[in-house]
Design a binder for this molecule. Structure first.
Ligand code: ATP
Ligand code: MG
Length: 414
């Protein structure tokens, strides 16, 4: 074996970290169901077009981050870099558009060939929601409120800022695009190579550049707010006043654009300063043209995705699961008996760790190490009397309990 290392940008999730991931995804699923979102899972790979068309050839994702490969039968496939396109594809494929709105949540791995850093990986995980079929700003408000409540339940809402912007409708975006081209063209030579290309293909993307020079130039770029038509202004006013009404705080961020091409109207990100430059924990917005672009009916949509790795780093250590009961048999006869008792107790819902070898002292040590609450000691003496020694490992107190009463005696430690 050449290298016993995980592939660059991938990582093993050891139990402590996986417990954090579970906390994030379970919280998202539970809060999501309070808002009427049901969980969906789509395949991890799709035909490449599912992503390349809607996400846009001029985005970083499609131009350089996708894991694309021909499979053994020559199909052009891509490991999903995000899940909105997959969910929309699933809605169309399964003909789910008869009954609206559609409200889905998801959780799972995504793949992007990026430069790995803390909070940025090549295989990472996202939770997300999609609300399809509602053109009114209520949907935007609900989806943002759901995101905020998940962050709040995770105990990290007050460590994030909700940055909010509007990308307007198509007409507004055309006007804004022209203004951006007019602003950046005289500075073309100072833009990064990527942004020089963006200036021709998709100038809005320059505002999302991570290049320091581009960022400095973007500070004085025209703001979208000055190019909104009446409809777009109306829509955004409803979103902001709705958020005000339910007490979701936000900061207007006039140059916030999102990494994908299919967004319109509401764009938002929850950002923290506690993770260095990988500060965006959740990002989303409205994608009214996406379903139609993908060959489905012309239905609007709004949603967000959040990085589980980034959230997992922010949350407090989740409580450990139930402390186990260590069953410690000493002697061959006791080993046999212990096997049967263990099985009975586990069937009754108790968490039992069976000591495997060593003398009593070593096994008690091991019981301490696994944070056992109780040690049940089964030696020849105990067996002869038909009892077990039950030791409280916190207080050190030990009592004898008849084997027949063991299950009831241990029930409080379930
Ligand atoms: P960034 O600006 O950090 O590259 P993005 O705009 O590409 O983010 P989205 O496509 O909006 O990210 O994905 C939503 C969320 O998924 C991000 O806010 C982030 O929390 C997480 N995320 C995106 N890419 C990665 C990655 N490579 N590793 C870990 N988390 C990621
Ligand atoms: Mg990115």
């Amino acid at each position: 074996m050449a290298q016993l290392q995980p592939v660059r940008g991938t990582q093993d999730l050891l139990p402590d970290m996986l417990r954090r991931h579970r906390m994030v995804s379970e919280t998202a699923r539970n809060v999501g169901s309070l808002y009427g979102f049901e969980e969906i899972a789509t395949p991890i790979f799709e035909f490449t077009e599912v992503f390349s068309r809607p996400i846009g050839e001029s985005t970083d994702i499609v131009s350089k981050e996708m894991y694309t490969f021909p499979d053994r039968s020559g199909e052009e496939l891509t490991l999903r870099p995000e899940n909105t396109a997959g969910v929309v594809r699933a809605v169309i494929s399964n003909g789910l558009t008869q009954s609206l709105p559609i409200k889905f949540s998801y959780s799972g791995p995504m793949f992007r060939h990026e430069r790995p850093q803390k909070g940025r990986y090549r295989q990472f995980h996202q939770i997300g929601v999609e609300l399809i079929g509602v053109p009114q700003p209520q949907a935007d408000i609900e989806v943002i409120a759901l995101g905020a409540q998940i962050l709040s339940d995770l105990g990290i809402l007050d460590r994030t800022v909700l940055e909010l912007n509007t990308l307007g409708d198509t007409a507004s975006r055309v006007a804004y695009r022209e203004a951006l081209v007019a602003y950046f063209t005289p500075h073309r030579a100072s833009l990064s190579e990527d942004s020089q290309r963006r200036l021709d293909t998709n100038p809005l993307r320059i505002l999302d550049s991570k290049d320091e020079g581009d960022k400095a130039l973007s500070v004085n770029a025209p703001a979208f707010g000055d190019y909104l038509n009446e409809d777009s202004r109306w829509f955004f006013d409803h979103v902001t006043s709705g958020l005000d009404a339910i007490g979701v705080a936000y900061k207007l961020s006039p140059r916030l654009v999102r990494g994908l091409d299919y967004y319109c109207h509401t764009a938002f990100e929850f950002v923290t300063t506690d993770l260095g430059s990988q500060g965006t924990v959740m990002g989303g917005g409205r994608y009214d043209g996406l379903m139609n672009l993908m060959g489905g009916p012309d239905l609007p949509g709004v949603g967000w995705a959040a990085g589980i790795e980034r959230l997992a780093l922010l949350i407090a250590e989740p409580p450990l699961s139930t402390r186990p009961i260590a069953l410690i048999p000493v002697g061959a006869e006791a080993e046999k008996k212990a096997l049967v008792i263990t099985q009975q107790l586990r069937r009754a819902g108790l968490t039992i760790e069976l000591g495997y070898s060593g003398n009593l002292t070593r096994r008690i040590k091991r019981a301490d190490k696994i944070r056992a609450r109780i040690a049940v000691i089964l030696g020849d003496n105990e067996l002869a009397k038909g009892v077990a020694g039950v030791r409280d490992l916190d207080s050190g107190e030990q009592v004898e309990v008849p084997l027949a009463a063991l299950q009831d005696h241990l029930a409080p430690f379930r």
